[in-house]
Ligand binder design. Structure first.
Ligand SMILES: O=C(O)CCC(=O)C(=O)O
Ligand SMILES: [Fe+2]
Length: 315
């Protein structure tokens, strides 16, 4: 048996990570390599302090304590953008989310719905946390686009991206044999950053089919950046969406937080990413149309690759 592979780790805490600097260029190479080889990487990101991380997870725990009748008021205008679970398919999972988390009015609206009587520090903590994660997401995208020599095109995709912050809770199963909390999937949005806290459980699949367990180090803020279906389309399959699942959380409730980037426009594979060895694989892509269809069409969910069935160029 071979040794267990390790995920690439990329440091985004560097102070002089500015466009054009030596560290910018070397980080762009690392981002491209990691995403092309693994569809994901671990990001070190000290801009989020341990204190902010602990405060954010403190707020997340409080959130799940509120009555169900308040939680179900968290509804979204698009599928997968509101309160979810637990349900027969995902009996151990529950989540709530704030769409457009980079807009302070949205955090405020969410707080007023969940805690009409008020909640101290929720907005300050969530606004800082959401903003920092969205900054990281934009930086990674900018670096990736530049690594393909088309940095100028980031603005046209990035300007129609929105950031959704999801608070997730996994409860302990009654029988100890159930280890799977969330089955293997790719995210149907553009990219995702998963933040684990004190309990690991996230696993990502390599090209070879091995599962890598992403550790948590309590002393370090470690995030997992993952490509979703949208980035797979944009990159014309140079980057594949990361298959991941949640397993083995032991006998403790696990909390995680995800920043899900959704593209709200229509984009095309850049001409620069199409050549003889990379023929065009996708038609112009409307991510919202894909997600609506995915949510309402059981046959599409059953496809080996729903994204190819929806947007793939037919041979
Ligand atoms: O909780 C996690 O670590 C991952 C959650 C996840 O994959 C998802 O919500 O799509
Ligand atoms: Fe996921």
């Amino acid at each position: 048996m071979g040794s267990v592979p390790k995920l690439p780790t990329i440091n985004f805490s560097i102070e002089d990570l500015k466009p054009g600097s030596a560290s910018w260029l070397s980080t762009a190479k690392q981002v491209r390599f990691a995403l092309e080889e693994y569809g994901c990487f671990v990001a070190l990101y000290e801009q989020i302090s341990e204190e902010l991380l602990n405060n954010m997870f403190g707020q997340a725990k409080d959130l799940f304590e509120i009555p169900k009748e308040n939680k179900v008021k968290n509804v979204g205008e698009e599928p997968y953008r509101g309160h979810m679970g637990p349900n027969p398919g995902l009996p151990l999972y529950e989540s709530l989310c704030i769409d457009n988390v980079t807009s302070p009015q949205e955090t405020q609206k969410f707080k007023n719905l969940m805690w009409p009587e008020g909640k101290s520090n929720f907005c300050e903590t969530t606004d800082s946390f959401g903003q920092l994660l969205a900054d990281l997401e934009r930086t990674v995208e900018q670096l990736l686009f530049e690594s393909y020599g088309i940095g100028k095109q980031y603005e046209s995709v990035g300007s129609s991206n929105g950031h959704l912050l999801r608070f997730i809770k996994y409860t302990v199963p009654e029988d100890n044999d159930t280890t799977l909390r969330f089955p293997s999937h790719t995210d149907i949005n553009f990219t995702t950053i998963v933040v684990q806290h004190d309990i690991a459980g996230l696993e990502v699949k390599t090209k070879e089919g091995d599962w890598i367990n992403v550790e948590c180090k309590p002393s370090q803020v470690q995030l997992v950046f993952m490509a979703g279906d949208g980035l797979q389309v944009w990159s014309n399959d140079r980057v594949k969406a990361c298959h991941h699942r949640v397993k083995h959380c032991g006998n403790k409730t696990r909390y995680s937080i995800g920043l899900f980037t959704f593209n709200n426009g229509v984009f095309q594979v850049p001409d620069e990413l199409v050549d003889e060895s990379h023929p065009l694989l996708y038609n112009a892509f409307d991510s919202r149309a894909f997600i609506r269809k995915y949510a309402t069409t059981p046959e599409l969910k059953k496809e080996a690759s729903p994204i190819k069935a929806f947007a793939g160029v037919k041979a």
